[in-house]
Write a protein that binds this ligand. Structure first.
Ligand code: ZN
Length: 243
């Protein structure tokens, strides 16, 4: 039933133009409406609000990973011969700030050499600054002096979009909370340190429950090891643990 409902809302969202894997407000609202977590499980919602949409399949609304600035592409557009020496001198750059559709439009039908004129600035999913032609083959390159101002404004844009660090911080709080699925009022005991369980597996049973502690399909008694008990009669979610 849950699946049917999700499919229906996905269809509706497509119709309304909400189903886009971008970072806009509409995509975020759409992901939030698909988020079925109870109110106390706010981690995923905070990640949706502050993260960058990687287009995964979280609730079919995207995978909101660590906030990253969009890629910029640029190339030298106009060169002029210098007086006397005749050396070429760049007059201006063509810069595309994060609009991938625009980049595709402008590079449509270019051959490899023409493609190589385009360079990129990017922050990888590991938070590393990348320079060069990486997206269409080739390796990194040394940045030329007259391109440094582009990098400088890219870094400024990065800090702005990251709310000067606050956004990454908020996102990581969301991730921590989403992984640490602790329900208020629940038993909340975690597996013993020496067991094979994880410290973010909080027992989901009621506070004064009888019998072993249980998180999803894993059970353990105080001081004991964790065992996988996929009991369908318990009525709990038997899925393998995914944060
Ligand atoms: Zn318990």
């Amino acid at each position: 039933m849950k699946v049917a409902k999700t499919r229906r809302s996905t269809k509706l969202a497509r119709k309304l133009g909400f189903y886009r894997h971008d970072n806009g407000v509409r995509s975020r609202i759409y992901s939030l409406t698909l988020c079925r977590d109870p109110w106390w499980q706010w981690g995923h919602r905070l990640m949706i609000l502050t993260g960058t949409n990687e287009g995964g399949n979280w609730y079919e609304g995207g995978n909101w990973s660590e906030p990253e600035p969009p890629t910029w592409w640029y190339r030298r557009s106009e060169t002029k011969r210098m007086w006397r020496t005749g050396y070429p001198r760049v007059r201006s750059f063509e810069i595309i700030r994060g609009d991938y559709a625009e980049f595709q439009r402008r590079t449509d039908g270019l051959n490899e050499d023409q493609m190589y004129e385009w360079q990129a600035l990017n922050i990888s999913q590991d938070g590393e600054l990348q320079l060069g032609h990486r997206y269409w083959g080739g390796s990194f390159y040394g940045m030329r002096k007259d391109e440094v101002h582009i990098l400088r404004s890219y870094l400024r844009a990065w800090h702005r979009m990251d709310w000067f660090g606050a956004r990454s911080w908020l996102w990581s709080q969301g991730l921590h909370h989403a992984v640490n699925g602790y329900r208020p009022g629940a038993c909340g005991v975690v597996p013993p340190r020496e067991s094979s369980g994880y410290s973010h597996w909080h027992c989901e049973c009621d506070r004064r429950h009888i019998g072993p502690h249980r998180f999803r399909a894993y059970e353990w008694v105080d001081g004991g090891d964790v065992v996988y008990v996929p009991q369908s009669e318990t009525g709990t979610d038997d899925s393998e643990v995914t944060p």
